[in-house]
Design a protein around this ligand. Structure first.
Ligand code: ZN
Ligand code: ZN
Length: 559
Protein backbone atom coordinates (compact mmCIF):
# COMPACT_ATOMS: atom_id res chain seq x y z
CA UNK A 1 0.00 0.00 0.00
CA UNK A 2 1.29 3.41 -1.01
CA UNK A 3 2.41 5.34 2.10
CA UNK A 4 1.76 8.66 0.33
CA UNK A 5 -1.98 7.96 0.70
CA UNK A 6 -1.60 8.25 4.49
CA UNK A 7 0.48 11.40 4.11
CA UNK A 8 -2.17 13.20 2.00
CA UNK A 9 -4.36 14.33 4.97
CA UNK A 10 -1.23 15.48 6.82
CA UNK A 11 -0.08 17.49 3.80
CA UNK A 12 -3.51 19.09 3.43
CA UNK A 13 -3.73 19.95 7.15
CA UNK A 14 -0.24 21.49 7.21
CA UNK A 15 -0.89 23.53 4.05
CA UNK A 16 -4.14 24.79 5.57
CA UNK A 17 -2.25 25.70 8.76
CA UNK A 18 0.46 27.51 6.80
CA UNK A 19 -2.17 29.40 4.81
CA UNK A 20 -4.05 30.36 7.98
CA UNK A 21 -0.93 31.49 9.84
CA UNK A 22 0.31 33.50 6.87
CA UNK A 23 -3.08 35.25 6.65
CA UNK A 24 -2.99 35.98 10.38
CA UNK A 25 0.48 37.47 9.94
CA UNK A 26 -0.85 39.64 7.13
CA UNK A 27 1.43 38.20 4.47
CA UNK A 28 -0.43 35.59 2.44
CA UNK A 29 2.09 33.20 0.91
CA UNK A 30 -0.44 31.35 -1.30
CA UNK A 31 -1.90 32.15 -4.70
CA UNK A 32 -4.71 29.81 -5.76
CA UNK A 33 -3.53 29.34 -9.36
CA UNK A 34 0.07 28.72 -8.36
CA UNK A 35 -0.93 26.26 -5.62
CA UNK A 36 -3.20 24.37 -8.04
CA UNK A 37 -0.36 24.32 -10.57
CA UNK A 38 1.95 22.80 -7.96
CA UNK A 39 -0.54 20.31 -6.53
CA UNK A 40 -1.65 19.06 -9.95
CA UNK A 41 2.03 18.51 -10.85
CA UNK A 42 2.41 16.56 -7.59
CA UNK A 43 -0.67 14.47 -8.33
CA UNK A 44 0.53 13.69 -11.86
CA UNK A 45 3.88 12.64 -10.42
CA UNK A 46 2.19 10.24 -7.99
CA UNK A 47 -0.26 8.67 -10.43
CA UNK A 48 2.33 8.27 -13.18
CA UNK A 49 4.70 6.78 -10.60
CA UNK A 50 2.34 3.79 -10.35
CA UNK A 51 3.42 2.79 -13.87
CA UNK A 52 7.11 3.52 -13.27
CA UNK A 53 7.58 1.18 -10.30
CA UNK A 54 9.40 -1.27 -12.56
CA UNK A 55 12.07 1.40 -13.03
CA UNK A 56 12.15 3.11 -9.65
CA UNK A 57 12.12 -0.03 -7.50
CA UNK A 58 12.21 -2.90 -9.98
CA UNK A 59 15.73 -2.25 -11.23
CA UNK A 60 16.94 -1.83 -7.65
CA UNK A 61 15.49 -5.20 -6.64
CA UNK A 62 16.98 -6.83 -9.72
CA UNK A 63 20.46 -5.49 -8.98
CA UNK A 64 20.11 -6.33 -5.28
CA UNK A 65 19.07 -9.92 -6.04
CA UNK A 66 21.93 -10.58 -8.45
CA UNK A 67 24.82 -8.32 -7.53
CA UNK A 68 24.64 -7.54 -3.79
CA UNK A 69 28.13 -7.93 -2.29
CA UNK A 70 26.96 -8.14 1.35
CA UNK A 71 23.90 -9.38 3.23
CA UNK A 72 22.83 -6.39 5.33
CA UNK A 73 20.04 -7.05 7.82
CA UNK A 74 16.86 -4.95 7.74
CA UNK A 75 16.54 -5.72 11.46
CA UNK A 76 19.73 -3.86 12.41
CA UNK A 77 19.21 -0.16 13.26
CA UNK A 78 22.77 0.65 12.15
CA UNK A 79 21.85 -0.54 8.62
CA UNK A 80 18.91 1.88 8.64
CA UNK A 81 20.99 4.86 9.80
CA UNK A 82 23.77 4.00 7.36
CA UNK A 83 21.26 3.56 4.52
CA UNK A 84 19.61 6.90 5.28
CA UNK A 85 22.94 8.71 5.24
CA UNK A 86 24.01 6.88 2.07
CA UNK A 87 20.68 7.68 0.41
CA UNK A 88 21.04 11.34 1.35
CA UNK A 89 24.56 11.36 -0.11
CA UNK A 90 23.40 9.87 -3.43
CA UNK A 91 20.40 12.19 -3.36
CA UNK A 92 22.81 15.15 -3.19
CA UNK A 93 24.56 13.98 -6.36
CA UNK A 94 21.32 13.08 -8.11
CA UNK A 95 19.95 16.55 -7.31
CA UNK A 96 23.19 18.26 -8.33
CA UNK A 97 23.27 16.50 -11.71
CA UNK A 98 19.56 17.40 -12.05
CA UNK A 99 20.67 21.04 -12.04
CA UNK A 100 23.87 20.70 -14.06
CA UNK A 101 22.82 18.50 -17.02
CA UNK A 102 20.04 19.54 -19.42
CA UNK A 103 18.36 16.17 -19.86
CA UNK A 104 18.14 15.79 -16.05
CA UNK A 105 17.02 19.40 -15.56
CA UNK A 106 14.18 18.80 -18.03
CA UNK A 107 12.62 16.45 -15.46
CA UNK A 108 13.61 18.30 -12.27
CA UNK A 109 12.65 21.80 -13.51
CA UNK A 110 9.02 21.03 -12.59
CA UNK A 111 9.93 21.33 -8.90
CA UNK A 112 11.28 24.84 -9.47
CA UNK A 113 8.64 26.44 -11.71
CA UNK A 114 6.45 27.71 -8.88
CA UNK A 115 6.92 31.44 -8.35
CA UNK A 116 5.63 31.09 -4.80
CA UNK A 117 7.41 29.25 -1.99
CA UNK A 118 5.18 27.37 0.38
CA UNK A 119 4.32 23.81 1.39
CA UNK A 120 2.48 23.24 -1.91
CA UNK A 121 5.78 23.89 -3.70
CA UNK A 122 7.22 20.86 -1.88
CA UNK A 123 4.60 18.63 -3.50
CA UNK A 124 5.37 20.03 -6.94
CA UNK A 125 7.30 17.01 -8.21
CA UNK A 126 8.32 15.94 -11.71
CA UNK A 127 6.76 12.97 -13.51
CA UNK A 128 9.78 12.00 -15.62
CA UNK A 129 12.51 12.17 -12.95
CA UNK A 130 12.45 8.43 -12.40
CA UNK A 131 13.35 7.78 -16.06
CA UNK A 132 17.00 8.53 -15.28
CA UNK A 133 17.08 9.11 -11.51
CA UNK A 134 17.06 5.44 -10.43
CA UNK A 135 20.65 4.97 -11.58
CA UNK A 136 22.11 7.05 -8.72
CA UNK A 137 21.03 4.67 -5.97
CA UNK A 138 22.25 1.38 -7.43
CA UNK A 139 25.44 1.44 -5.29
CA UNK A 140 23.15 0.86 -2.30
CA UNK A 141 21.76 -2.28 -3.98
CA UNK A 142 25.29 -3.51 -4.68
CA UNK A 143 26.22 -2.81 -1.04
CA UNK A 144 23.32 -5.06 -0.03
CA UNK A 145 20.81 -2.59 1.45
CA UNK A 146 17.51 -4.55 1.40
CA UNK A 147 14.89 -3.06 -0.99
CA UNK A 148 12.41 -2.42 1.82
CA UNK A 149 15.05 -0.35 3.68
CA UNK A 150 15.91 1.48 0.44
CA UNK A 151 12.27 2.38 -0.23
CA UNK A 152 11.71 3.45 3.39
CA UNK A 153 14.77 5.72 3.66
CA UNK A 154 13.94 7.20 0.22
CA UNK A 155 10.51 8.06 1.55
CA UNK A 156 11.96 9.53 4.76
CA UNK A 157 14.32 11.69 2.69
CA UNK A 158 11.44 12.92 0.52
CA UNK A 159 8.99 13.51 3.38
CA UNK A 160 11.63 15.39 5.41
CA UNK A 161 11.86 17.93 2.60
CA UNK A 162 8.18 18.82 2.90
CA UNK A 163 8.57 21.18 5.83
CA UNK A 164 11.57 23.09 4.46
CA UNK A 165 9.39 24.69 1.76
CA UNK A 166 8.07 27.64 3.75
CA UNK A 167 8.70 31.35 4.13
CA UNK A 168 7.20 31.38 7.61
CA UNK A 169 10.26 29.90 9.33
CA UNK A 170 13.23 32.27 9.48
CA UNK A 171 16.86 31.47 10.17
CA UNK A 172 17.60 28.66 12.62
CA UNK A 173 21.25 29.31 13.50
CA UNK A 174 23.49 26.22 13.59
CA UNK A 175 20.65 24.08 12.24
CA UNK A 176 20.81 25.91 8.88
CA UNK A 177 24.43 24.88 8.52
CA UNK A 178 23.96 21.17 9.29
CA UNK A 179 20.52 20.24 7.97
CA UNK A 180 18.45 21.28 4.97
CA UNK A 181 16.17 23.99 6.36
CA UNK A 182 13.64 26.57 5.17
CA UNK A 183 16.32 29.29 4.98
CA UNK A 184 18.90 27.35 3.00
CA UNK A 185 16.24 25.74 0.81
CA UNK A 186 14.79 29.15 -0.09
CA UNK A 187 18.26 29.81 -1.47
CA UNK A 188 17.99 26.62 -3.54
CA UNK A 189 14.78 27.89 -5.12
CA UNK A 190 16.15 31.41 -5.77
CA UNK A 191 16.93 32.63 -9.29
CA UNK A 192 19.29 35.35 -7.99
CA UNK A 193 22.77 34.95 -9.52
CA UNK A 194 24.50 33.92 -6.29
CA UNK A 195 21.76 31.40 -5.41
CA UNK A 196 21.78 29.42 -8.68
CA UNK A 197 22.84 25.77 -8.28
CA UNK A 198 23.29 25.96 -4.51
CA UNK A 199 22.11 23.95 -1.48
CA UNK A 200 21.19 20.60 -3.01
CA UNK A 201 21.07 18.64 0.25
CA UNK A 202 17.93 16.61 1.03
CA UNK A 203 18.29 16.11 4.79
CA UNK A 204 21.92 17.10 5.41
CA UNK A 205 23.18 20.40 4.02
CA UNK A 206 26.65 19.25 5.14
CA UNK A 207 27.12 17.71 1.67
CA UNK A 208 26.93 21.18 0.11
CA UNK A 209 29.50 22.55 2.54
CA UNK A 210 31.74 19.53 1.83
CA UNK A 211 31.46 19.79 -1.98
CA UNK A 212 31.45 23.58 -2.32
CA UNK A 213 27.83 24.32 -3.23
CA UNK A 214 26.67 25.96 0.04
CA UNK A 215 25.25 29.49 0.09
CA UNK A 216 23.75 31.46 3.00
CA UNK A 217 20.45 33.31 2.60
CA UNK A 218 21.35 37.02 2.49
CA UNK A 219 19.37 39.03 -0.07
CA UNK A 220 15.72 37.97 -0.44
CA UNK A 221 15.49 35.09 -2.93
CA UNK A 222 13.19 35.46 -5.95
CA UNK A 223 11.48 32.12 -6.61
CA UNK A 224 10.84 30.30 -9.88
CA UNK A 225 12.81 29.65 -13.04
CA UNK A 226 14.43 32.21 -15.31
CA UNK A 227 12.14 32.96 -18.22
CA UNK A 228 9.14 31.61 -16.29
CA UNK A 229 6.81 28.79 -17.35
CA UNK A 230 3.67 30.79 -18.06
CA UNK A 231 1.29 27.87 -17.51
CA UNK A 232 -0.43 26.15 -14.60
CA UNK A 233 -1.11 22.77 -16.18
CA UNK A 234 1.22 19.89 -15.28
CA UNK A 235 1.65 18.67 -18.87
CA UNK A 236 3.16 21.96 -20.02
CA UNK A 237 5.25 21.96 -16.83
CA UNK A 238 6.69 18.50 -17.50
CA UNK A 239 7.35 19.11 -21.20
CA UNK A 240 8.70 22.67 -20.93
CA UNK A 241 12.44 22.08 -20.89
CA UNK A 242 12.34 19.08 -23.24
CA UNK A 243 10.69 21.48 -25.70
CA UNK A 244 13.35 24.12 -25.09
CA UNK A 245 16.14 21.60 -25.75
CA UNK A 246 14.42 20.33 -28.92
CA UNK A 247 14.10 23.89 -30.13
CA UNK A 248 17.77 24.70 -29.40
CA UNK A 249 18.80 21.43 -31.04
CA UNK A 250 16.86 22.39 -34.15
CA UNK A 251 18.29 25.91 -34.29
CA UNK A 252 21.93 25.04 -33.50
CA UNK A 253 24.08 25.33 -36.63
CA UNK A 254 27.01 23.18 -35.42
CA UNK A 255 26.09 19.47 -35.20
CA UNK A 256 28.23 19.12 -32.04
CA UNK A 257 26.06 21.79 -30.40
CA UNK A 258 22.99 19.76 -31.39
CA UNK A 259 24.35 16.98 -29.14
CA UNK A 260 25.79 19.23 -26.45
CA UNK A 261 22.46 20.88 -25.75
CA UNK A 262 21.18 17.70 -24.01
CA UNK A 263 24.09 17.60 -21.59
CA UNK A 264 24.92 21.25 -20.95
CA UNK A 265 23.44 23.04 -17.94
CA UNK A 266 20.17 24.99 -18.28
CA UNK A 267 20.74 28.42 -19.79
CA UNK A 268 23.51 27.19 -22.11
CA UNK A 269 23.05 28.23 -25.74
CA UNK A 270 24.52 26.88 -29.00
CA UNK A 271 27.36 29.08 -30.34
CA UNK A 272 25.26 30.62 -33.13
CA UNK A 273 22.52 31.68 -30.68
CA UNK A 274 24.77 33.11 -27.94
CA UNK A 275 24.49 36.90 -27.61
CA UNK A 276 27.86 38.70 -27.85
CA UNK A 277 27.15 40.74 -24.73
CA UNK A 278 24.59 38.92 -22.51
CA UNK A 279 22.57 41.33 -20.36
CA UNK A 280 22.92 41.11 -16.58
CA UNK A 281 20.07 39.13 -15.00
CA UNK A 282 17.92 41.15 -12.61
CA UNK A 283 15.82 38.79 -10.45
CA UNK A 284 13.71 41.66 -9.10
CA UNK A 285 12.56 42.48 -12.64
CA UNK A 286 10.79 39.08 -12.78
CA UNK A 287 7.08 39.57 -13.41
CA UNK A 288 5.06 36.94 -11.54
CA UNK A 289 2.73 34.96 -13.85
CA UNK A 290 -0.73 35.58 -12.43
CA UNK A 291 -3.46 35.87 -15.09
CA UNK A 292 -6.87 36.82 -13.60
CA UNK A 293 -9.05 33.75 -14.08
CA UNK A 294 -12.23 35.14 -12.52
CA UNK A 295 -14.32 33.93 -9.63
CA UNK A 296 -16.27 31.16 -11.39
CA UNK A 297 -13.14 29.58 -12.86
CA UNK A 298 -11.39 29.74 -9.48
CA UNK A 299 -14.30 28.02 -7.76
CA UNK A 300 -14.50 25.33 -10.47
CA UNK A 301 -10.77 24.64 -10.32
CA UNK A 302 -10.84 24.51 -6.49
CA UNK A 303 -13.77 22.08 -6.51
CA UNK A 304 -11.93 19.94 -9.06
CA UNK A 305 -8.85 19.97 -6.81
CA UNK A 306 -10.85 18.62 -3.86
CA UNK A 307 -12.30 15.85 -6.05
CA UNK A 308 -8.90 15.09 -7.54
CA UNK A 309 -7.23 14.71 -4.13
CA UNK A 310 -9.83 12.07 -3.24
CA UNK A 311 -9.60 10.43 -6.67
CA UNK A 312 -5.80 10.31 -6.43
CA UNK A 313 -5.91 8.56 -3.07
CA UNK A 314 -8.46 6.09 -4.43
CA UNK A 315 -6.37 5.48 -7.55
CA UNK A 316 -3.17 4.89 -5.57
CA UNK A 317 -5.03 2.34 -3.44
CA UNK A 318 -6.86 0.60 -6.31
CA UNK A 319 -4.25 0.77 -9.10
CA UNK A 320 -2.35 -2.41 -8.17
CA UNK A 321 -5.56 -4.44 -8.56
CA UNK A 322 -6.65 -2.90 -11.88
CA UNK A 323 -5.73 -4.61 -15.17
CA UNK A 324 -3.05 -2.53 -16.92
CA UNK A 325 -5.25 -1.24 -19.78
CA UNK A 326 -8.00 -0.19 -17.35
CA UNK A 327 -5.43 1.44 -15.06
CA UNK A 328 -4.05 3.40 -18.01
CA UNK A 329 -7.60 4.42 -18.95
CA UNK A 330 -8.21 5.88 -15.49
CA UNK A 331 -4.76 7.48 -15.55
CA UNK A 332 -5.56 9.18 -18.88
CA UNK A 333 -8.83 10.48 -17.44
CA UNK A 334 -7.15 11.87 -14.33
CA UNK A 335 -4.38 13.45 -16.41
CA UNK A 336 -6.87 15.14 -18.74
CA UNK A 337 -8.66 16.56 -15.70
CA UNK A 338 -5.40 17.93 -14.25
CA UNK A 339 -4.58 19.50 -17.62
CA UNK A 340 -7.98 21.19 -17.88
CA UNK A 341 -7.71 22.67 -14.36
CA UNK A 342 -4.47 24.43 -15.31
CA UNK A 343 -5.60 25.41 -18.80
CA UNK A 344 -8.72 26.99 -17.29
CA UNK A 345 -6.64 29.08 -14.84
CA UNK A 346 -4.34 30.01 -17.74
CA UNK A 347 -7.46 31.23 -19.58
CA UNK A 348 -6.59 28.94 -22.49
CA UNK A 349 -9.96 27.12 -22.36
CA UNK A 350 -13.44 28.28 -21.37
CA UNK A 351 -15.59 27.09 -18.47
CA UNK A 352 -17.73 24.96 -20.83
CA UNK A 353 -14.65 23.43 -22.43
CA UNK A 354 -13.31 22.61 -18.97
CA UNK A 355 -16.59 20.98 -18.03
CA UNK A 356 -16.40 18.96 -21.25
CA UNK A 357 -12.99 17.60 -20.27
CA UNK A 358 -14.26 16.82 -16.75
CA UNK A 359 -17.36 15.00 -18.06
CA UNK A 360 -15.42 13.15 -20.77
CA UNK A 361 -12.80 12.11 -18.22
CA UNK A 362 -15.53 10.92 -15.83
CA UNK A 363 -17.16 8.86 -18.58
CA UNK A 364 -13.82 7.31 -19.57
CA UNK A 365 -12.92 6.51 -15.95
CA UNK A 366 -16.42 5.10 -15.34
CA UNK A 367 -15.95 2.78 -18.31
CA UNK A 368 -12.50 1.63 -17.18
CA UNK A 369 -13.85 0.97 -13.68
CA UNK A 370 -17.02 -0.69 -15.02
CA UNK A 371 -19.53 1.70 -13.46
CA UNK A 372 -22.33 1.62 -16.06
CA UNK A 373 -24.63 4.01 -14.24
CA UNK A 374 -22.01 6.78 -14.03
CA UNK A 375 -21.34 6.27 -17.74
CA UNK A 376 -25.00 6.62 -18.70
CA UNK A 377 -25.00 10.05 -17.05
CA UNK A 378 -21.59 11.39 -18.06
CA UNK A 379 -21.54 10.27 -21.72
CA UNK A 380 -24.49 12.38 -22.90
CA UNK A 381 -23.44 15.13 -20.49
CA UNK A 382 -19.98 15.39 -22.08
CA UNK A 383 -21.40 15.89 -25.57
CA UNK A 384 -24.10 18.30 -24.38
CA UNK A 385 -21.46 20.47 -22.66
CA UNK A 386 -19.24 20.37 -25.76
CA UNK A 387 -22.16 21.56 -27.90
CA UNK A 388 -22.69 24.41 -25.44
CA UNK A 389 -18.96 25.23 -25.53
CA UNK A 390 -19.00 25.56 -29.33
CA UNK A 391 -22.32 27.45 -29.32
CA UNK A 392 -20.85 30.01 -26.92
CA UNK A 393 -17.78 30.69 -29.08
CA UNK A 394 -17.78 34.20 -30.50
CA UNK A 395 -19.04 34.89 -34.00
CA UNK A 396 -21.39 33.12 -36.37
CA UNK A 397 -20.21 31.11 -39.37
CA UNK A 398 -21.08 28.17 -41.56
CA UNK A 399 -18.27 26.19 -39.95
CA UNK A 400 -19.72 26.79 -36.50
CA UNK A 401 -23.21 25.69 -37.58
CA UNK A 402 -21.88 22.58 -39.33
CA UNK A 403 -19.74 21.58 -36.32
CA UNK A 404 -22.73 22.07 -34.02
CA UNK A 405 -24.77 19.80 -36.31
CA UNK A 406 -21.97 17.20 -36.28
CA UNK A 407 -21.82 17.31 -32.48
CA UNK A 408 -25.60 17.03 -32.18
CA UNK A 409 -25.56 13.95 -34.42
CA UNK A 410 -22.71 12.56 -32.29
CA UNK A 411 -24.77 13.12 -29.15
CA UNK A 412 -27.63 11.13 -30.72
CA UNK A 413 -25.13 8.43 -31.72
CA UNK A 414 -23.67 8.30 -28.21
CA UNK A 415 -27.16 7.89 -26.74
CA UNK A 416 -28.13 5.14 -29.23
CA UNK A 417 -24.91 3.21 -28.65
CA UNK A 418 -25.67 2.96 -24.94
CA UNK A 419 -27.95 0.08 -26.07
CA UNK A 420 -26.09 -2.71 -27.92
CA UNK A 421 -29.25 -3.53 -29.91
CA UNK A 422 -29.24 -0.04 -31.42
CA UNK A 423 -25.80 -0.42 -33.00
CA UNK A 424 -27.04 0.18 -36.55
CA UNK A 425 -29.00 3.39 -35.80
CA UNK A 426 -25.97 4.57 -33.80
CA UNK A 427 -23.77 3.94 -36.83
CA UNK A 428 -26.15 5.98 -39.00
CA UNK A 429 -26.07 8.91 -36.53
CA UNK A 430 -22.27 8.97 -36.71
CA UNK A 431 -22.41 8.73 -40.52
CA UNK A 432 -24.47 11.92 -40.46
CA UNK A 433 -21.99 13.50 -38.01
CA UNK A 434 -19.06 12.74 -40.31
CA UNK A 435 -21.02 14.19 -43.24
CA UNK A 436 -21.33 17.48 -41.36
CA UNK A 437 -17.65 17.37 -40.42
CA UNK A 438 -16.68 16.84 -44.08
CA UNK A 439 -18.78 19.87 -45.01
CA UNK A 440 -17.25 21.95 -42.19
CA UNK A 441 -13.68 20.99 -43.12
CA UNK A 442 -14.18 21.82 -46.80
CA UNK A 443 -15.21 25.45 -46.10
CA UNK A 444 -12.57 27.71 -47.61
CA UNK A 445 -10.30 24.93 -48.89
CA UNK A 446 -12.61 22.93 -51.16
CA UNK A 447 -13.42 19.21 -51.23
CA UNK A 448 -10.42 16.91 -50.65
CA UNK A 449 -7.63 19.42 -51.40
CA UNK A 450 -4.82 16.86 -50.96
CA UNK A 451 -4.70 13.75 -53.15
CA UNK A 452 -1.73 12.42 -51.17
CA UNK A 453 -3.60 12.61 -47.86
CA UNK A 454 -6.60 10.90 -49.44
CA UNK A 455 -4.45 8.10 -50.87
CA UNK A 456 -2.59 7.44 -47.58
CA UNK A 457 -5.77 7.39 -45.50
CA UNK A 458 -7.63 5.25 -48.08
CA UNK A 459 -4.87 2.63 -47.90
CA UNK A 460 -5.02 2.63 -44.10
CA UNK A 461 -8.83 2.36 -44.10
CA UNK A 462 -8.75 -0.51 -46.62
CA UNK A 463 -6.25 -2.43 -44.47
CA UNK A 464 -8.33 -1.84 -41.34
CA UNK A 465 -11.47 -2.96 -43.11
CA UNK A 466 -9.75 -6.10 -44.40
CA UNK A 467 -8.59 -6.91 -40.87
CA UNK A 468 -12.07 -6.75 -39.32
CA UNK A 469 -14.01 -8.03 -42.36
CA UNK A 470 -14.19 -11.77 -41.48
CA UNK A 471 -15.74 -10.98 -38.08
CA UNK A 472 -18.45 -8.63 -39.37
CA UNK A 473 -21.91 -10.24 -39.43
CA UNK A 474 -23.32 -10.59 -42.99
CA UNK A 475 -26.14 -8.12 -42.31
CA UNK A 476 -23.65 -5.47 -41.13
CA UNK A 477 -21.04 -5.84 -43.89
CA UNK A 478 -22.48 -3.12 -46.16
CA UNK A 479 -23.18 -0.51 -43.43
CA UNK A 480 -19.72 -1.09 -41.88
CA UNK A 481 -18.00 -0.72 -45.27
CA UNK A 482 -19.92 2.51 -45.95
CA UNK A 483 -19.02 3.81 -42.49
CA UNK A 484 -15.31 3.09 -42.94
CA UNK A 485 -15.43 4.87 -46.30
CA UNK A 486 -17.10 7.96 -44.87
CA UNK A 487 -14.85 8.31 -41.83
CA UNK A 488 -11.82 7.89 -44.12
CA UNK A 489 -13.20 10.72 -46.27
CA UNK A 490 -13.66 12.84 -43.14
CA UNK A 491 -10.05 12.21 -42.04
CA UNK A 492 -8.72 12.84 -45.56
CA UNK A 493 -10.67 16.11 -45.72
CA UNK A 494 -9.24 17.25 -42.36
CA UNK A 495 -5.71 16.24 -43.34
CA UNK A 496 -6.04 18.00 -46.69
CA UNK A 497 -7.33 21.10 -44.90
CA UNK A 498 -4.27 21.08 -42.59
CA UNK A 499 -1.96 20.78 -45.61
CA UNK A 500 -3.77 23.66 -47.33
CA UNK A 501 -4.01 25.98 -44.31
CA UNK A 502 -0.59 25.21 -42.80
CA UNK A 503 -1.37 26.31 -39.24
CA UNK A 504 -1.18 24.64 -35.86
CA UNK A 505 -4.93 24.68 -35.21
CA UNK A 506 -5.67 22.93 -38.51
CA UNK A 507 -3.04 20.30 -37.70
CA UNK A 508 -4.73 19.66 -34.33
CA UNK A 509 -8.11 19.29 -36.08
CA UNK A 510 -6.56 16.80 -38.51
CA UNK A 511 -5.02 14.95 -35.55
CA UNK A 512 -8.51 14.86 -34.03
CA UNK A 513 -9.94 13.36 -37.23
CA UNK A 514 -7.22 10.69 -37.35
CA UNK A 515 -7.74 9.87 -33.65
CA UNK A 516 -11.45 9.57 -34.48
CA UNK A 517 -10.60 6.87 -37.04
CA UNK A 518 -8.36 5.10 -34.55
CA UNK A 519 -11.12 5.28 -31.94
CA UNK A 520 -13.65 3.70 -34.29
CA UNK A 521 -11.11 1.03 -35.13
CA UNK A 522 -11.01 0.07 -31.42
CA UNK A 523 -14.82 -0.28 -31.51
CA UNK A 524 -14.53 -2.50 -34.58
CA UNK A 525 -11.79 -4.61 -33.00
CA UNK A 526 -13.80 -4.98 -29.81
CA UNK A 527 -17.02 -5.85 -31.63
CA UNK A 528 -15.82 -7.82 -34.67
CA UNK A 529 -12.28 -8.94 -33.79
CA UNK A 530 -11.25 -11.24 -30.99
CA UNK A 531 -9.82 -8.42 -28.89
CA UNK A 532 -12.75 -7.14 -26.83
CA UNK A 533 -10.34 -6.32 -24.06
CA UNK A 534 -8.10 -4.29 -24.09
CA UNK A 535 -9.20 -2.63 -27.37
CA UNK A 536 -12.46 -1.44 -25.78
CA UNK A 537 -10.50 0.49 -23.13
CA UNK A 538 -9.23 2.97 -25.74
CA UNK A 539 -12.57 3.72 -27.37
CA UNK A 540 -13.84 6.43 -25.04
CA UNK A 541 -10.57 8.27 -24.23
CA UNK A 542 -9.69 8.48 -27.94
CA UNK A 543 -13.25 9.41 -28.92
CA UNK A 544 -13.33 12.32 -26.48
CA UNK A 545 -9.84 13.40 -27.46
CA UNK A 546 -10.93 13.42 -31.11
CA UNK A 547 -14.15 15.37 -30.55
CA UNK A 548 -12.34 17.78 -28.22
CA UNK A 549 -9.49 18.47 -30.66
CA UNK A 550 -11.94 19.13 -33.49
CA UNK A 551 -14.39 21.25 -31.49
CA UNK A 552 -11.71 23.28 -29.66
CA UNK A 553 -9.60 24.11 -32.71
CA UNK A 554 -11.81 24.17 -35.80
CA UNK A 555 -12.91 27.75 -34.99
CA UNK A 556 -10.28 30.47 -34.52
CA UNK A 557 -9.25 30.80 -30.84
CA UNK A 558 -8.63 34.17 -29.24
CA UNK A 559 -6.42 34.19 -26.18
ZN1 ZN B 1 16.44 21.50 -7.27
ZN1 ZN C 1 12.50 22.32 -3.11
Amino acid sequence: MNVIVYAIPVFVALMAAEFGISLALGRNVYRLNDAIGSLTAGILSQISGVFMLALSVGVYVLVYNHFALFQLSGGDWRVWVGALIAYDFFYYWNHRIDHEVGIFWAAHVVHHQSEAFNLSTALRQPSSGVLLGWVFYLPMAIAGVPPVVFVAVGLIDLLYQFWIHTELVGKLGWFDRVFASPSNHRVHHGVNDQYLDKNYGGILILWDRLFGTYEDEVEPPVFGVRGGLGAFDPISANLAYYRTMLDLCRRASDWRDKIRVWFKPPGWLPANLRPADPPRYDPYALVVYDPPAGRAASILASAALVVMIGATAAFLIAAPRLPLANGLGVFAALTATLWAMGALLDRRISMCETLYVFAAASASAAYALDWPLAQDVTKPLAMAVLILAVAMREGESDVKRLVLAALAASLVGDALLLWPSLFLPGLVAFLVAHGFYIAAFSRGVGFLPSRAALAAIAVFAALALAAIWPGVAPGLKVPVAIYVGVIALMAAQAAGRAIALRNGAAVLVAAGALVFMASDLTIALAKFGNVGWPADQWTLPTYYLAQGLIAFFVLPRGR
